[in-house]
Design a protein around this ligand. Structure first.
Ligand SMILES: *[C@@H]1O[C@H](CO)[C@@H](O)[C@H](O)[C@H]1NC(C)=O
Ligand SMILES: *[C@@H]1O[C@H](CO)[C@@H](O)[C@H](O)[C@H]1NC(C)=O
Ligand SMILES: *[C@@H]1O[C@H](CO)[C@@H](O)[C@H](O)[C@H]1NC(C)=O
Ligand SMILES: *[C@@H]1O[C@H](CO)[C@@H](O)[C@H](O)[C@H]1NC(C)=O
Ligand SMILES: *[C@@H]1O[C@H](CO)[C@@H](O)[C@H](O)[C@H]1NC(C)=O
Ligand SMILES: *[C@@H]1O[C@H](CO)[C@@H](O)[C@H](O)[C@H]1NC(C)=O
Length: 437
């Protein structure tokens, strides 16, 4: 009886903490102000993982300069455990794949300067049918903390029957958020970073910020331009939702995996970085080429991704070849801009299969001031490219390629530029003469 009452009180506490409508403010529990960066086992290895694979890649993240560039989480995805819990009910690390045990592994990762991430599922099983954490949330998060992990990726497979769970997706994810919160309060340790992997069902950009620091918005990506452009298209409709402590997760990076051209991989990385998705390398770094490292180490894009002053993402200001707001998975929005602490960043994506010139008027972006000129920094050639007045044309953007530009205010535009308003609609002289008619 007493136990039941305590249980009810705990449920009520979770409900009041996490179910209060708070659509604007993200959960600020001290971790995850900026989108996280790191490496994850899944895209390169799927279930074929081991402690040596994790450690070999960790050593390379460090020796290749990727840790210095900001990739500081090393995360294990699905398939790290035995299929059965122990007699006492705990998840057991796979004796074949992780023979030295998880604590040994996270100790080594921490000694190298990394944080460590683990994976579980909000249902009965993980997607590969290892134990899930449903009804074991408190026990499992305690174990993950005891193992030394700092981050939990939480998947969406094996959903319990309605008559069991009596919750929707919001309630299902609230359970682990409550367990993380309780563990942190009990132990005084920082809460584990909570990376929700709910694939964009039931619009997690509306509610997941109450629970964690990032939420997947789509199905899994793939190492091909078709997957990348489709994810860019979907996220174009909710890239407004990113800000400090709460980010759309566009899924693990495919940079380095076979299937994309250099230009496509640059577009992929640019979109993920400027849309403030977590940047999580998921390739076999023993095979990383110079092109792969050139992309992953674009420090100018990473600096915007990790901007400590501005947490918002780029959003489209014009779709381009399709009318604005067109939902088209092969031809997503092409003209994007966003605020940064250093200026206005533009991302232009050529969705065509041939090179294209891309033109825009500066004040199409809401962040540009009328009557000013802007210095142009190219974030891929890493060069200063003169001054833009009123508009810009980027010539010969490669097929599926990208231009990433940082425009900084460079003072008043030259006198006498015509027409008197760059945006002519309802442009009027002080004497009452309308100019746009
Ligand atoms: C971790 O495991 C390795 C390999 O089994 C072993 O050499 C090392 O001593 C272990 N470290 C700790 C801290 O237990
Ligand atoms: C890759 O870059 C390194 C260091 O800049 C250079 O020494 C090496 O020749 C490059 N390899 C290729 C295949 O371009
Ligand atoms: C997507 O847009 C392109 C370019 O306008 C068009 O050719 C194509 O038919 C569209 N696809 C769909 C499914 O509407
Ligand atoms: C900026 O200048 C560099 C060096 O000339 C060039 O490679 C690059 O394409 C230019 N960028 C744009 C957007 O024109
Ligand atoms: C682009 O801006 C220039 C001023 O820098 C102006 O003369 C020109 O008409 C503009 N082009 C278009 C197409 O608006
Ligand atoms: C009113 O403004 C228009 C447009 O700037 C100008 O051409 C016109 O001369 C002005 N008229 C007077 C009476 O100042």
């Amino acid at each position: 009886m007493t136990i039941a009452v305590v249980g009810l009180a705990a449920v009520a506490a979770v409900f009041t903490v996490f179910s209060k409508p708070s659509p604007v403010r993200a959960l600020d529990n001290g971790v995850g102000k900026l989108p996280f960066m790191g490496w994850n086992t899944w895209n390169a290895y799927h279930c074929e993982i081991s402690e040596s694979i994790v450690l070999d890649n960790a050593k390379l993240i460090k020796s290749l300069g990727l840790l210095d560039a900001g990739y500081n989480y090393v995360n294990i995805d699905d398939c790290y455990s035995e299929k059965e819990r122990s007699a006492s009910g705990d998840i057991v690390a796979s004796k074949d794949r992780f023979p030295s045990g998880m604590k040994n592994l996270t100790d080594q990762l921490h000694a190298m300067g990394f944080k460590a991430g683990i994976y579980s599922d909000s249902g009965w099983f993980t997607c590969q049918l290892y134990p899930g954490s449903y009804q074991n949330e408190d026990r499992d998060i305690q174990l993950f903390q005891d193992w030394g992990f700092d981050l939990l990726k939480y998947d969406n497979c094996a959903v319990p029957f309605d008559e069991v769970i009596k919750e929707g997706m919001v309630g299902k994810y609230a359970r682990m958020a409550g367990a993380i919160d309780k563990l942190s309060k009990r132990t005084g340790k920082p809460p584990m970073l909570f990376s929700l992997c709910q694939w964009g069902r039931e619009q997690p950009w509306l509610w997941a910020r109450r629970f964690g620091q990032s939420w997947r918005t789509t199905d899994d990506t793939g190492p091909d331009w078709g997957a990348i452009r489709s994810i860019i298209n979907q996220n174009s409709f909710y890239s407004w939702a990113a800000d400090f402590y709460g980010y759309n997760d566009m899924d693990l990076l495919e940079v380095g995996n076979d299937g994309m051209t250099f230009e496509e991989s640059k577009s992929h990385f640019t979109a993920w970085a400027l849309m403030k998705s977590p940047l999580v390398i998921s390739t076999d770094l023993t095979k990383a080429t110079n092109e792969t490292l050139t992309i992953l180490k674009n420090t100018e894009l990473i600096a915007i991704h990790q901007d400590p002053i501005v947490g918002t993402a780029v959003t489209p200001f014009r779709w381009g070849i399709n009318p604005d707001w067109t939902n088209n998975f092969t031809h997503p929005a092409q003209y994007w801009s966003g605020e940064t602490q250093d200026g206005v960043v533009f991302m232009l994506i050529n969705v065509l299969d041939q090179p294209a010139d891309m033109f825009f008027s500066l004040t199409e972006s809401p962040w540009i001031r009328a009557g000013r000129q802007y210095s142009v920094r190219d974030l891929w050639s890493h060069t200063n490219n003169g001054t833009a007045v009123r508009n810009m044309t980027i010539h010969n953007v490669p097929p599926h390629g990208v231009a990433a530009l940082l425009l900084k205010d460079a003072g008043d535009e030259p006198a006498g530029i015509q027409p008197p308003c760059a945006r002519p609609e309802w442009c009027m002289d002080q004497n009452g003469t309308r100019i746009d008619q």
